[in-house]
Design a protein around this ligand. Sequence first.
Ligand code: NAP
Length: 248
Amino acid sequence: MFEYNAPSNLLANRTVLVTGAGDGIGRAAALTYASHGATVILAGRTTKKLETVYDEIEASNGPQPAIFPINLEGATPHDYEALAATIETEFGKLDGLLNNAGILGVRTPIESYDPTIWDQVIQVNLNAQFHLTQAMIPLLRLSEDASIIFTGSGVSQVGKAYWGAYSVSKFATEGLMQVLADELESTSNIRVNSINPGATRTNMRATAYPGENPGTLPLPADIMPLYLYLMGADSKDINGQALKAQEK
Ligand code: NAP
């Protein structure tokens, strides 16, 4: 596991947007960021799940979060502009963006891959992240020290059979991360990196590996040290890196 002991006020006075905040790794990140002082904007598809996370943060006396329901498959540039306008009005700036939401699609050969599912996966895992990140950059520029985190995978740097659009979307995500990191390095206070969570006990993992005993895998909460490190000021000089949450 990546080793990092975050001070409890690491993210005090910071506003952080997390996509897919209602479940899995995104839920754990939202709770963890809030417990380290961040005001978290909970973005995701299922409002009820986001409300549950909201209630958990309130119950633990974290900074009051905000909810922004958004379906990344059908969202238009107008939706991303609306989110940016709301954040600017409510918070004035953005200090962090965790692009976490994603879908698996199907695990079949490219030769028989359903083109509709291909388009869905590329839309949610890649195009939506481009649109959202582009809309957030002006707000991130207003922060003294901002962090964008993308989410990689074990198949984002090495292609493996039957991982289809998921793998391709994750390769492209790493590309987006690198291009943006290089562009922003000399013109902003924004750093851009990616995290490969490694095998983690979530619904997506269980769908990808139905025969696996989930009890053998770390929980999302266990992999949070790297998520904290990259979101807080201690990683100010880290840019353009693909890091692994479960390696030292
Ligand atoms: P998960 O439990 O399936 O959670 C995915 C999250 O994304 C959910 O909150 C889901 O919302 C949201 N989401 C999916 N489609 C969406 C859409 N169209 N619009 C808005 N939100 C949407 O998956 P996870 O395992 O936590 O995965 C999180 C990230 O880690 C993904 O990028 C995944 O590729 C990556 N990853 C995971 C593992 C692993 O072992 N778990 C390994 C490598 C990489 P709903 O709950 O409302 O559907």
